[in-house]
Write a protein that binds this ligand. Sequence first.
Ligand SMILES: Cc1ncc(COP(=O)(O)O)c(C=O)c1O
Length: 403
Amino acid sequence: MQPGDQEFYRISKLPPYVFAVINEMRAKARAEQLDVIDLGMGNPDGASPRPVVNKLIEAVRNPRNHRYSASRGIPQLRLEIVKRYQANYGVTLDPDKEAIVTIGAKDALAHLLFAVIGPGDAVVSPNPCYPIHQYGVIMAEGHACILPMPDPGTFLNALEDLFRKSTKPPRMILISFPHNPTTQCVDLDFFKEIIRLAAHHGTMVVHDFAYADICFDGYQAPSILQVDGAKEIAVEIFSLSKSYNMAGWRVGFCLGNPKMIAALARIKSYLDYGVFQPIQIASIIALRECEEDTRKICAMYQKRRDVLIDGLRRAGWPVEPPRGTMFVWAPLPEQFRDLTSLEFSKRLLQEALVAVSPGIGFGPMGEGHVRFALIENPQRIRQATTGIKQMMKDAKHGVRSLS
Ligand SMILES: Cc1ncc(COP(=O)(O)O)c(C=O)c1O
């Protein structure tokens, strides 16, 4: 018997990645020299800030930085994130007990769940969602309890209902705003309500703040730690990936409740030796000197959003412009509503040469939608909407590409 013949316990609980279907089709089309416009994965296309890159080069030349680093992150980097929270949100954190550096937000999420969730513990999160929010719970053997989130108000009502009806309150609420993929945004009152409910029932709260700085039209996303008493029960996860175009560097933070941070630190002390030290040193520069880069990155996404929304409207596919994130979440156009999101995404790729993410990849409640990631420049986005317009026209007249 070969290992490949056996079912692996955890792997059997993880469905194949839906996005792989579109990725394969995109790769095949590109191999055939077709110019596919990739609005699929949320992978920032811009360069990391120059001072950060320069600092990395300097730090990597120093052999003292080649050793194992500290699993919870070097003190200076923890101090810098704490300063940023004080300056941006008026939130005071202890850099030793209430802040830990992680290998991106994904590491923080997956290992925090691993650290604090046990078999059968219910973790409530909105659906659709970023896949690790659901599958991180399943990998930790918790019970992923998903509530529909067409909008934050509906989610909150369903959550209140759940607390009222269940005999055992959920162990954790896991949320993320600005939200991937739905782009829904909230104000501080929403977080106050979440903290009030959770505190009343002794439930932990985790807020994934990956899109903290990607906000448009004057909207500023609040931190959940701005709520009085939030630190008693909540942590927030912040990442350099989107705010500073540093997705490949793998730097994030978990901030807030000291007990949850200590649990994560314990798990991580067994698993890793921290982010490569030169990267941590360069990350200090990002947090200390690169707020202007963040503003530029945000303005760039806003411009791309406007071009996409305008192009889709001209194509006869009106979509609400988001107030945050690097995505546009679009219900399928009316004449394609008999298709699944995967079938429609395949047609977009074949007929308009545009790659998007099918909504079903974000959970059952993502069906009926596709997600555009704003990772191509305005000219390419215009080219995408021209292709989509033609596809919509052809569909109206019953024309169908043969590819
Ligand atoms: C909601 C959300 N959380 C976390 C991440 C991953 O962040 P990181 O690169 O810091 O692991 C993403 C990336 O797309 C995301 O959308």
